[in-house]
Design a protein around this ligand. Structure first.
Ligand code: ZN
Length: 64
């Protein structure tokens, strides 16, 4: 199962068609931009991450 990238790959940053390169980005610059987004937090997953690491129950459904 080798991840063979198709020739018609699109750059996730600018959307330009990338060449047959191992990187999904059209250029090193876009790869850097993508990395910057990750570091900047632009790619934060929509949703609520772990609110409390202690494990506080969200719904106190203490059914006795
Ligand atoms: Zn690009």
């Amino acid at each position: 199962m080798s991840a063979a990238i198709s020739k018609n790959s699109k750059c996730p940053v600018c959307g330009s068609p990338t060449a047959a390169e191992p990187d999904p980005f059209c250029s090193r610059r876009c790869a850097d931009v993508d990395l910057g987004r990750w570091l900047g937090g632009n790619y934060s997953i929509p949703g609520d991450p772990a609110e409390d690491e202690d494990g506080v129950p969200a719904l106190p459904s203490n059914d006795n």
